[in-house]
Design a protein around this ligand. Sequence first.
Ligand code: HPA
Ligand code: ZN
Length: 318
Amino acid sequence: MKTLKKVELHLHLEGAAPPGFIRAKAAEKHQDISRIFDAKGAYSYRDFNGFLRVYEAASSVLTSPRDYAGLLAEVLAECAEQGAIYVELFVSPEFCGGGDLSAWRDYLAAMDEVAQAARRDGIDSRAVLTAIRHFGPERARKTAICAAETGGGWVAGFGIAGAEDAGRLPDFAWGFDCAREAGLGLTAHAGEWGGPDQIRDALSLGVSRIGHGISAVHDPALLRDLAERQITLELCPGSNVALGIVPGWAAHPIARLADAGLRVTVSTDDPPFFHTTLCHEYQMLADAFGWAEDEFRQMNLWAVDAAFCDGDTKAALR
Ligand code: HPA
Ligand code: ZN
């Protein structure tokens, strides 16, 4: 699986932080976050809300542009190790500088330098600036401003993650309109925990991609709509299995979504939290559905089509 060239569209930067990296930062800053690790040193949580709390506690030790630059370098090196040639990272100015534009510019400058160096080494990347739904629309507005003001280079998109039961997606329309006017690509987490209506709400914001979107499988009319509009699903099967949204790999709706004519792609979401890697995702799908290189190559072509980078970059990725 490592030799297959892969394009990953859905990877949270903080969520890709190895536990050892976070422990080292905590020690450096004399912060005690030992409660978020189990006896083996892995991230430990019981359910999705617990996961979000552990995610935020881990992120709390990342407090400087240097921290984020070091994290990005490690994460991109691991992506390259997994055979990825292009990755889109969800990065949250709400964690990098608290939504302040001037602070965000400092974080971005540090990460941009790392991203350009990694690109020269064969792994290209873009950032999708990501609002956190349970932090509310006001903070999302600041994230959208950061995205609109710094878009065009490494920053290529705007999105929203977090708890789907917090507020309604239309409450965040201002941020999506602002980012669209700035020429950024749009995506939203929807239909991971929530039902088909969450996905319809995401479509009303003008997104071209949906993060997860697995509940669409229960709604034939929505499936037809997603297929007709050529919306791409950023699927993260290992994440869904680890969080208990689906009972196992063979039960994951990815094959049914593909059969319904949807553009399905494969990503890892938050790999160390879910004990997965990009190669592991592909291997588990190969085992569960009998898929081989042809199927995976098609998914990667869809991922390139849906990527938020420019046309020349896409042509090189194909
Ligand atoms: N869902 C929602 N919010 C998140 C996730 C996720 O899978 N990962 C990090 N933030
Ligand atoms: Zn996600």
